[in-house]
Design a protein around this ligand. Sequence first.
Ligand code: CAA
Length: 258
Amino acid sequence: MSQDALVLTETHDRVGLVRINNPKALNALNNPLMTALMDALEAFDADDKIRAMVVTGNERAFAAGADIKEMVDETPESMNAKAHIAPFDRIMDIQKPVIAAVSGWCLGGGNELAMSCDMLVASETAQFGQPEINLGVIPGAGGTQRLTRAVGKVIAMEMVLNNRTLSAEEALHYGLANRVVPVERYLEEALELAQQIAVRAPVALRTGKAAVNQAFDTYLKDGIQAERDAFYGLFATEDQKEGMQAFAEKRPANWKGA
Ligand code: CAA
């Protein structure tokens, strides 16, 4: 694929890697780039050989936000008519696990994209923020909602209202990141985590991801009922029989993905 492409894709065994490729603008997420990014994730999601994905930027920036220059002259009507933010939502329909590998700036729409992933590996240099207040706006791609659920109200308020930036260690402390590693290792670490997940039972992975995400959408009782239904439902799969038999026979399971 051309180095000028908006995103670059690679496969590592069963893991699909998507690199955001707009380095001159600190990986600002313009609309064509977001469309290409979601196209790439959806293609991996539809590919039976791929079981997990990693989204990354480069060492200097995961992404410094939505493309500000693209939005300067927009109006409420034009933003609505273009459904400007809609590409961000497509990640919610990805069924396979997606890990964000974050180094450097992770701001605005970049942080919103990272938070839309299922897990996050940060380099020690990562900086997380929602600086939209500096532009006279607020986060528009789910930041106020996902950030508040991740870090709690008072830190979210400080980030959204006063441009508080979180270091990688703070992001780990507040639950935005799974782990922090030296900058030389963040992508490798994310790929290793993805590889570990990729060899697990595919139907259970899909079901588990959907069940955890449902926790954000439902009342506790409804979520618990949905989880129970999904759990019972997995007893119709070959993988449940294989997984439990393998445990009893003290051998590794051989997942069929069915
Ligand atoms: N959009 C467009 N271009 C961007 C950009 C963005 N979000 N972030 C950086 N760039 C561009 C800069 O304009 C600059 O381009 P030129 O070389 O052509 O001037 C290039 O990237 C390098 O940036 P800087 O020279 O500013 O680099 P720096 O190291 O001095 O500063 C920074 C780094 C603090 C991250 C600074 O670039 C910055 O503040 N960027 C904007 C961050 C931001 O406000 N993000 C929120 C965007 S709005 C949003 O995301 C809405 C939403 O919720 C969907």
